[in-house]
Ligand binder design. Structure first.
Ligand code: ADP
Ligand code: ZN
Ligand code: ZN
Length: 750
């Protein structure tokens, strides 16, 4: 009798064993999909992990229903990677399967057809369109708004119309289906089916590699030399030194040898720009992969990577470590310091950089980590620990100087009442100058802990989420209060429910508030806001980047998103509106993070043409970190951090595991967390256990959260530590009242 062990897309530790009939036994292979029953009613698409002949004992084995294909869809190295992730990050293989495989492969897959929108032939001429816009009745302003949104999204007047899906249009415009249907009935819009395929070759002309300058050539030679006896190399190159050009040369050499390349980026917004640059050189040998692609698109790419004609280069965000690779030769992790490489929720809480290192080692491939501000961990690995090679590139391309950084003491200015909202007189003046010279401006506003809220001026009441312990964020344009943890939404109240006062005021500020202030100060400037709210769809991202590149926007305001690797030619001035929120964050990485953010944002200034200028507003001009940023003194910053981390037992000298415990009942959560802590102290000793700790938000989705921090020496066996930890969990779960608690782990939290 033949059996198969199957991974199901469920958060369960174990695989399930099924019997297969004679015919299937002939054909089934490791990595194939099978349809299997579970319980009385359910069935799932599982992945065969093992084919064997050991009859399982103790229960009646069910038969697998069907084998879904003859050739495996998951390759042996992928299964090996899943196993590693489940083990290292302490989650179920089913969690990894869920994250790794596009949903379409978990069901029967049909190519997906999307509904796209266009103007009817009547209105495709500009003249007709203009007449229409002029003649809209007053009561149809929403229709007019939707039409304008379409024109904007499709780039109608500027090189368009580009394809627009109905879904993207609705997300972009925030208008209702009724408004949409009204425009269809009016004969303005029509819809048509659009079969999604990203896999069409695009026929742009290739431009070949750019020759490297001497510094870049030297760095490339050093990297290649390093790869002769090392698997991993850290490229520490200042912003705009041409790291991307160096990658391009390495990629070209790798694919010339018939091997594939994975190029990882931390942010989807970034893929847009880098895609353009790489496509000019590599044309259709490059495939893009990230979570903003629709599921059918992802299935298509997955299948292509299994075929005889796979993309040689995959450019993508963290989930692209899960694609099938046939012959991986090189992995590039760009902006390797970025914390967004770590998945937070749900499991698997994996770090894509570290997972990529593991993936590369499975193929004997080389890994290049690139950044202008290395993470403390990677820096340590490349210096004191001697694990990675280190190559430095300290000159910007064309000897452009790094930007001049001007610190501004906003505490003093606030006291003297000299601030214009959040703008110092200097920043305002520099912005005026830049606008007069038709230069573009980037403003950075770190939103963390600074979301706009409303507050009752009389009694101090602040609206809170009903499910989570957080205040609700004010979204002015939709006039709603939103919970950023669970999505709970409620209209803005007119009177205070506590005291009945009508004096409800907006406090805090996010990017929306900054946008308003700019509109007041510079009514003629074209302003664009880039944050999570404005970039929900792939089209919206691409459009913003395109608009800014083409100088259709003067001022770009954004959160972290604007700090990462974007390359614009006409930006000379960058403003950091308030560095203090980054400095005051209670986390051992706060200082490192703040340095990286400021240096990266500053790096967007003066990449071409004239030397850039950064206005850095802070209430702490005297902090050492501010001088480190101004002097571009990464090494002093990192040395200070390393000594502190050694003393305080933090990475890279210790590995951290956060243990989370969740339940609806607060007291139960608290008592379990306390008992769990006590048991951990018994096993690991009190110096390795911190807890119970207060998580930043102690209740989410109506669940109370307990948290414990475990610290293990980097020199100790992590496998052994995990084993002991799971034993403690097992012991705790024996207590009957604790059985209903959820326990999960965050290994190497960021
Ligand atoms: P980094 O990735 O280090 O921030 P980039 O690779 O984006 O730097 O380079 C900065 C800018 O300089 C880009 O616009 C890039 O096209 C240009 N550049 C860098 N090196 C070269 C080169 N060798 N030839 C032509 N242009 C270059
Ligand atoms: Zn009140
Ligand atoms: Zn909530």
């Amino acid at each position: 009798m033949t059996y198969i062990d199957v991974i199901l897309p469920l958060p369960l530790k174990a695989t399930f064993t099924y019997a297969v009939d004679e015919d299937m036994a002939q054909r089934v292979k490791r990595g194939c999909r099978v349809l299997v029953p579970l319980g009385k009613k359910k069935h799932y698409t599982g992945i065969v992990e093992k084919v064997h002949h050991d009859t399982p004992g103790g229960y009646e084995v069910k038969y697998a229903f069907a084998l879904l294909e003859e050739q495996p869809v998951v390759l042996p190295n992928q299964l090996k990677l899943w196993e590693w992730i489940a083990d290292y990050y302490m989650c179920a293989e089913g969690d990894v399967y869920n994250a790794a495989v596009p949903a379409g492969l978990k069901l029967e897959f049909k190519p997906k057809v999307e509904t796209h929108v266009r103007l009817t032939s009547t209105y495709r001429s500009e003249e007709k369109l203009q007449q229409l816009l002029d003649s809209f009745p007053k009561r149809a302003v929403k229709q007019q708004e939707l039409l304008l949104a379409y024109l904007q999204l499709s780039d109608f007047f500027e090189g368009g119309p580009h394809e627009v899906s109905k879904q993207d249009l609705m997300a972009f415009s925030h208008l209702s289906n009724e408004v949409f249907n009204a425009l269809v009935n009016r004969g303005v819009f029509e819809t048509y089916p659009f079969v999604i395929s990203r896999l069409t070759d695009d026929a742009r002309s290739l431009s070949g590699l750019k020759p490297l300058n001497n510094n870049q050539q030297r760095a490339l030679d050093e990297i290649k030399q390093c790869f002769e006896n090392r698997a991993v190399c850290l490229l520490y190159g200042v912003t705009s030194s041409g790291k991307t050009e160096i990658y391009t040369h390495l990629i070209e050499e790798t694919i010339r040898q018939g091997k594939q390349v994975l190029y990882l980026l931390p942010e989807i917004a970034l893929t847009t720009q880098i895609t353009e640059r790489l496509k000019r050189v590599f044309g259709s040998s490059i495939g893009i992969y990230h979570s903003k692609f629709s599921d059918p698109e992802r299935v298509e790419i997955w299948n292509k990577q299994l075929s005889d004609d796979p993309y040689m280069i995959i450019l993508g965000a963290r989930s692209s470590v899960f694609l099938p690779y046939q012959q991986l030769g090189l992995v590039i992790v760009d902006e390797e310091h970025e914390s967004s490489y770590k998945q937070q929720d749900p499991a698997p809480r994996y770090h894509a950089r570290n997972t990529a290192l593991m993936l590369a080692s499975m193929y004997g491939a080389k890994t290049l980590l690139g950044t202008a501000t290395p993470s403390v961990e990677s820096w340590y690995n490349a210096t004191e620990a001697g694990k990675y090679g280190l190559v430095e590139l300290k000159e910007r391309y064309q000897e452009m100087q790094l930007p001049d950084i001007l610190p501004v003491d906003i505490k003093e200015l606030h006291r003297k009442k000299m601030m214009y909202g959040h703008f110092s007189p200097v920043l305002k003046e520099k912005m005026e100058e830049a606008l007069a010279r038709h230069e573009q401006i980037i403003l950075f506003q770190n939103r963390r802990g600074f979301a706009p809220m409303i507050e009752c001026h009389d009694c101090g009441w602040v609206p809170k989420c009903v499910h989570c312990d957080v205040s609700l964020t004010l979204h002015k344009y939709t006039n709603q209060l939103v919970c950023h943890y669970c999505g709970y939404t409620t209209p803005v109240p007119h009177i205070c429910p506590e005291c009945g006062s009508q004096d409800l005021r907006n406090i805090g500020f996010g990017t929306e508030k900054v946008e308003d202030e700019i509109k007041e100060m510079f009514p003629h400037a074209r302003v664009m806001r880039m944050d999570l709210d404005t970039t929900r769809s792939k089209t919206a991202y691409e459009k913003m980047i395109r608009d800014f590149e083409k100088q259709r926007t003067d001022i770009l305001i954004g959160t972290q998103m604007v700090s990462k690797g974007l390359d614009f030619d006409h930006v000379r001035l960058v403003g950091i509106l308030n560095a203090d929120t980054m400095l005051n964050y209670p986390d051992f990485r706060a200082y490192e993070r703040a340095y990286q953010l400021m240096a990266q944002v500053a790096g967007r200034a003066g990449r071409k043409g004239e030397r850039g200028l950064v206005v850095l507003q802070t209430g702490h001009v005297d902090y050492p970190i501010i001088s480190h940023v101004i002097a571009n003194d990464f090494e002093s910053m990192v040395q200070a951090q390393l000594s502190e981390r050694q003393v305080c037992h933090f990475p890279p000298f210790y590995r951290l595991v956060y243990i989370y415990i969740k339940h609806r009942d607060r007291l139960l959560t608290e008592s379990m967390t306390a008992k769990f802590t006590a048991q951990l102290v018994k096993v690991f000793g009190s110096e390795r256990v911190n807890g119970p700790m207060q998580p930043a938000v102690a209740r989410v989705h109506s669940l109370h959260i307990g948290m414990i921090m475990l610290k293990i020496e980097s020199t100790a066996s992590m496998a052994r530590a995990r084993e002991l930890l799971l034993q403690v969990q097992h012991l705790m779960m024996q207590v009957p009242q604790f059985k209903s608690l959820q326990v999960y782990y965050d290994v190497d939290p960021v």
